[in-house]
Write a protein that binds this ligand. Structure first.
Ligand code: IMP
Length: 503
């Protein structure tokens, strides 16, 4: 007969934190959210890679491209660029993050001069941006011919089939600057000419970047920005257990700071082979996480194989149907606590601390401090980040509400067969889906939302008498809550004035 675990597995919503004494010095401005994300030997803290806020974005097509990676690193977190794409395009995304210069934005809304007003409106709807670069070939780096903003047309008067060249502001009327200018010079031009955007072009008048007036404040003030030793933004990238001999060198060459083997089930010999190959090829210089696992046995296997961090979670993702399809997995809270215990045990035995990442299943902001209290060193989120402007997917209006698309890596849309690979042939077939294609409510800018979530984490930590994540993990006291106390926790027995959204 099968071995049966004694305790049922549980998830975040079944727990609450019980406050500890909050001393006068324990205030939100004193809380540090930095955390180690790669293994270190006892006494050698902090680890070689720390992130400034304990959140990373999921290795998913609908979440982590270069734009998300830039926005998140600027706020102190880290993205893992999705690996379910050709090696060249993934490496190119990594390169773009490493080349990023604050304030210089690659134009994401571009059209050719023979496009129409209807195309302008569709582009604006798709990207949410009203400044459109008109380039010879319609790309972000083509020869700049003009700019269209909402001041150039009137939807009620201009027929939709009007070609863009008839109403754009042409290049010879534009204020622009040459490549090489720095941000403060660019901002001076913006202020002097009272303009909202400044195109930056090279000697051939090809578009290089845009600088926007509205970004001015944002670029002044980013104290948590996650930078490497050369002051470039940091970025991670997902890899798989099939093509790592080609993918890993390309990603490293592009400048990836850390890699992660992305799989729904990481307790496999293929993950061990991949880790061993990376160690034999690069020694300790390349940092690589592995997973996902949900118990001590899985953790020990990957820690022994050399993983730098270990990702925890099977079946808890919002778009995930692995549990329904294959019947494997474990409640996310129990998985995190079991693996955290294994990590601490391993630390005592070997002197190596291997951080763990709770991956998936965060629904409410308060789940974030719960995951940390349960032992996670950092947290990976998909749905949370998919809702923001910076995620790679389309924003749509569905039934009067703005939504963003969000699909699982195991859905037919992504067909990331390497993530669900169980050996066998190389044909890349997926016999069945393990994820769904969905919408999530659109939530605006990453930074605005993240600031609120982080301030909630800081407040929770203060309530538990802690100013750092390691202290919080030691001091936190958790209690299981009954189904009726969960009802008691929400607004109840009142008639609410309007439906409120509480992320
Ligand atoms: P979320 O934050 O709850 O949306 O979960 C995101 C996590 O779900 C990712 O980091 C992956 O571990 C996992 N995931 C991504 N795509 C799929 C899928 O198609 N099926 C199952 N799990 C998935």
């Amino acid at each position: 007969m099968a071995m049966i675990f004694e305790k049922e597995s549980r998830t975040f919503s079944e727990y609450l934190l019980v406050p500890n004494l909050t001393t006068r010095s324990c205030t939100p401005d004193q809380v540090r959210l930095s955390t180690s994300i790669v293994r270190y030997r006892k006494g050698n803290e902090p680890s070689p890679i720390n992130i400034n806020v304990p959140l990373v974005s999921a290795v998913m097509q609908a979440v982590s491209d270069d734009r998300m990676a830039i926005a998140l690193a600027r706020s102190g977190g880290l993205s893992f660029i999705y690996g379910s794409q050709p090696i060249d395009s993934q490496a190119e995304m990594v390169r773009k993050v490493k080349k990023y210069k604050a304030g210089f934005v690659t134009s994401d809304s571009n059209l050719k001069p023979d496009a129409t007003l209807a195309d302008v409106l569709a582009t604006k709807e798709r990207t949410g941006h009203s400044t459109i670069a008109i380039t010879e070939n319609g790309s972000a780096t083509g020869k700049l011919l003009g700019i269209v903003t909402s001041r150039d047309y009137r939807v009620s008067r201009t027929p939709p089939e009007t070609p863009v060249h008839a109403f754009m502001t042409p290049f010879d009327h534009l204020v622009y600057a040459r490549e090489g200018i720095n941000l403060s010079e660019a901002n001076d031009i913006i202020w002097d000419h009272k303009i909202n955007q400044l195109p930056i072009v090279n000697d051939q008048n090809e578009l290089v970047a845009m600088v926007f007036r509205k970004d001015y404040d944002e670029h002044k003030d980013n104290p948590e920005e996650l930078l490497d030793a050369h002051k470039r933004l940091m970025v991670g990238a997902g890899i798989n257990t099939r093509d790592y001999e080609e993918r890993v060198p390309a990603l490293i060459e592009a400048g990836a700071d850390i890699l992660c083997i992305d799989s729904s089930d990481g307790f496999t010999e293929w993950q061990k082979d991949t880790l061993i190959w990376i160690r034999q090829t690069y020694g300790e210089t390349i940092r690589v996480g592995a997973g996902n696992v949900v118990d001590a046995a899985g953790f020990r296997f990957l820690a022994e194989a050399g993983a730098d961090f270990i990702k925890v979670g099977i079946g808890g993702g919002s778009i995930c149907i692995t549990r329904e399809q294959k019947g494997i997995g474990c409640g996310q809270a129990s998985a995190v606590m079991a693996v955290a215990e294994a990590r601490d045990q391993w630390f005592r035995e070997t002197g190596f601390y291997v951080p763990i990442c709770s991956d998936g299943g965060i629904v409410y902001d308060y789940h974030m401090p719960l995951a940390l209290a349960m032992g996670a060193d950092f947290i990976m989120l998909g749905r949370y980040f998919a809702r923001f402007d910076e995620s790679p997917t389309r924003r749509l209006l569905v039934n009067g509400t703005y939504v963003k698309e969000y699909w699982g890596e195991g859905s037919n849309r992504a067909r990331n067969w390497q993530r669900y690979d169980e050996g066998g042939d190389e044909t890349g077939k997926m016999a069945f889906e393990e994820g769904v294609d969905s919408y999530v409510p659109y939530a605006g800018k990453l930074k605005d939302n993240l600031d609120v979530s982080l301030s909630k984490i800081r407040s929770t930590m203060c309530a538990c008498g802690s100013v750092s994540i390691p202290e919080f993990q030691k001091k936190a006291r958790l209690v299981l809550v009954s189904a009726t106390s969960i009802v008691e926790g929400g607004a109840h027995d009142v008639i609410q004035k309007e439906s409120e959204r509480r992320p």
